[in-house]
Design a protein around this ligand. Structure first.
Ligand code: HOZ
Length: 429
């Protein structure tokens, strides 16, 4: 495969952009090699600057649930741009967006739009602290809630990919207020709560984790956390940046039948534009300024282009709930196909999958938390990644990221992916 233009651009990028990229995982640092510079994308396919085509399983890390350059979204953005790209003042569209979100997520009474998932999670934590008057939070090892200081303790995604143990610049004071438990370990959480009686403001979790590969909550885990939060007056925050509007219209809350107190969104909610949101019960949300004194603001919050993109996509999902059934079938089809070729290749593997989130760990033990993900054969994953890329399949360049399916994928694309997996394994094992 010729990637000479990507190679040239990567050399040039490193002269003016840290590491040549504007977000670390994109640099291919852990898998090695040159990041592919993209030119355009349509539906399920990406096209790089050298003219190579790839089937996309990153989908911009989640947002492109109906595929790239989805026409109704593109048209809506084009039309909206003619009215102004930003006002910094209220618009009717923001109300429509909030009403649409509320119609999909019944336990959200009020929702505040922001510009990224990081902002959403950071604001939700501040709100939980402001509401409860407590300082500490519990997060889970390998979960990633954006790059705000409090979340970078034992984080997943790039922090795990690059094996960064402590992030310079995050003060000890901030880190001390972040307590960490292993994912799926309810007893560990109970212990932290007992040891920090009346000090925990919030427990924040990815209800299906996507930043250490895809990891599913074990039966009873989220239910146990829910009960603990209710009993101890702790705000239960679902980080649905990845799962929101993806696992179901009402996200993981609907799919797993668990109500959180606050929910954060990103990715699908913006259809590829920079959008995040947090919302929840009126009783808590009324602490947010200007209703209350928990301050949170943003010049570009509710930006018209971002709102019209997200609104158009969410409306489409609401009007066509069969999309979720189709995604489900595609996820199952891919899972079965991958399972077959991996079994034939006779190498230990684990496929974790729910709906349109899926990942492979080359592991001989179940992958249920960060340490089991980290002890998989991730060197083999790195080889697998390149073998797949060479065959035109674009996977996340890290075993610590979930793959996202789009509904633009056809059975033929899935078959090509399964065949590429078979060939890749034959080449690297
Ligand atoms: N935090 C994203 C993956 N979990 C990476 C985003 C990016 O590099 O664009």
């Amino acid at each position: 495969m010729n990637i000479s233009k990507s190679q040239q651009l990567f050399s040039r990028a490193q002269e003016s952009i840290p590491g040549g990229v504007n977000s670390p995982v994109r640099a291919f640092k852990s898998v090695g090699g040159t990041p592919i510079f993209l030119q355009r994308a349509k539906g399920a396919y990406l096209y790089d600057v050298d003219g190579n085509e790839y089937i996309d399983y990153i989908n911009s890390w989640g947002p492109m649930i109906l595929g790239h350059a989805y026409e109704p979204v593109v048209k809506a953005i084009q039309e909206k741009a003619l009215e102004s790209t930003s006002f910094g003042a209220p618009t009717e569209l923001e109300i429509e967006m909030a009403e649409l979100i509320k119609s999909m997520v019944p336990n959200v009474d009020l929702v505040r739009m922001v510009s990224s998932g990081t902002e959403a999670c950071m604001s939700a934590i501040r709100l939980a602290r402001g509401y409860t008057g407590k300082n500490k939070i519990i997060k889970f090892e390998g979960c990633y809630h954006g790059h705000a200081d409090s979340f970078l303790v034992k984080a997943g995604s790039g922090v795990a990919t690059f094996n960064i143990q402590t992030v310079p610049g995050v003060t000890a004071g901030v880190s001390e207020d972040t307590l960490v438990a292993a994912y799926n370990d309810l007893n560990a959480v109970q212990k932290l709560v007992d040891e920090n009686k009346n000090e925990i403001a919030a427990i924040i979790i990815e209800p299906v984790a996507g930043n250490m590969g895809c990891i599913l909550p074990q039966p009873g885990f989220l239910e146990g956390l829910r009960k603990l939060c209710t009993d101890e007056n702790i705000i239960f925050i679902f980080d649905e940046v990845m799962t929101g509007f993806r696992l179901a219209l009402g996200g993981a809350q609907e799919r797993l039948k668990i109500d959180a107190d606050l929910v954060t969104y990103g990715k699908v909610i913006g259809a590829g534009m920079p959008v995040g949101a947090f919302g929840g019960k009126l009783e808590i949300m009324k602490y947010i300024a200007p209703l209350g004194n928990v301050y949170q603001a943003g010049t570009l919050s509710g930006n018209p282009l971002a709102m019209i993109a997200g609104y158009t996509l969410l409306k489409e999902l609401k009007q066509n709930p069969s999309i979720y059934q189709q995604l489900e079938e595609k996820g199952n089809y891919l899972h079965q196909g991958l399972q077959k070729v991996l079994q034939e290749a006779n190498t230990p593997f684990v496929i974790n999958h729910l709906g349109s989130m899926i990942s492979i760990h080359f592991s001989d033990h179940p992958v249920v938390d960060f340490s089991s993900a980290a002890s998989a054969n991730n060197a083999l994953f790195n080889k697998f990644f390149h073998a797949m890329l060479d065959r035109g399949v674009y996977l996340p360049p890290s075993a610590f990221e979930t793959w996202f399916l789009s509904n633009a994928l056809t059975t033929e694309d899935l078959d090509r992916t399964i065949q590429a997996t078979k060939e890749s394994l034959a080449g690297i094992l």
